[in-house]
Design a protein around this ligand. Structure first.
Ligand code: AR6
Length: 176
């Protein structure tokens, strides 16, 4: 059982905008109007229609998720979620980050996505400590996949070696 579940997780180093999956997750902000980091890269790659659609949605609270089309991306869907800004850990940051993963996976189920790619939510501009965030991402994904068969594969797309190594190190700890 543990092996089967672990086979449904992938860890790759790269750019999430190039991923040929059903849905990619965006680490957005509450306005959903774009920004820097992965959010900026996704908006640039998807084209201006994405901003038109997120404008119509009108925002998203921290920890929740909203779905748009992928437009010029290889992915059919973009699931926009808003990670917490790290302010030391006593403002429910762990719970809010776990909510991002659970709600994004829930949104993937709603659109019938079998393959899903995540960036490392909150660990860039929002300064969430990487090792801590990675464990939350893997634990929450594991619990979700145990209970659901819609999403067959979740790929964590790591932008740079540091993030990649952090996921690799935490994977055995969380899945074995
Ligand atoms: N593919 C995959 N990961 C990427 C890419 C990419 N193309 N580009 C950056 N990353 P961040 P946050 C990584 O700052 O911390 C935005 O302005 C990056 O190296 O994008 O959740 C939003 O509008 C890091 O590992 O997101 C918000 O205002 C991870 O993605 C704010 O930043 C997350 O870094 C959200 O901050």
């Amino acid at each position: 059982m543990a092996t089967e579940l672990k086979d449904r997780i992938g860890i790759v180093e790269g750019d999430i905008t190039t991923m040929d999956v059903d849905a990619i997750v965006n680490a957005a902000n509450t306005t959903l109007l774009g920004g820097g980091g992965v959010d900026g890269a996704i908006h640039r790659a998807a084209g201006p229609e994405l901003l038109e659609e997120t404008r119509r949605i009108g925002g998203c609270p921290t920890g929740e998720a909203r779905v748009t089309k992928g437009y010029r991306l290889p992915a059919k869907w973009v699931i926009h979620t808003v990670g917490p800004i790290w302010t030391g850990g006593d403002k429910h940051e762990d719970v809010l980050l776990a909510n991002c993963y659970r709600n994004s996976l829930g949104a993937a189920v709603e659109v019938g996505a079998a393959t899903l790619a995540f960036p490392s939510i909150s660990t860039g501009a929002y300064r969430f400590p990487l090792e801590r965030a990675v464990r939350i991402a893997l634990k929450e994904t594991k619990s979700f996949l145990e209970a659901d068969q819609t999403v067959q594969k979740v790929i964590f797309v790591c932008f740079g070696g540091e993030v990649y190594r952090a996921y690799q190190e935490a994977l055995d700890e969380v899945f074995d």
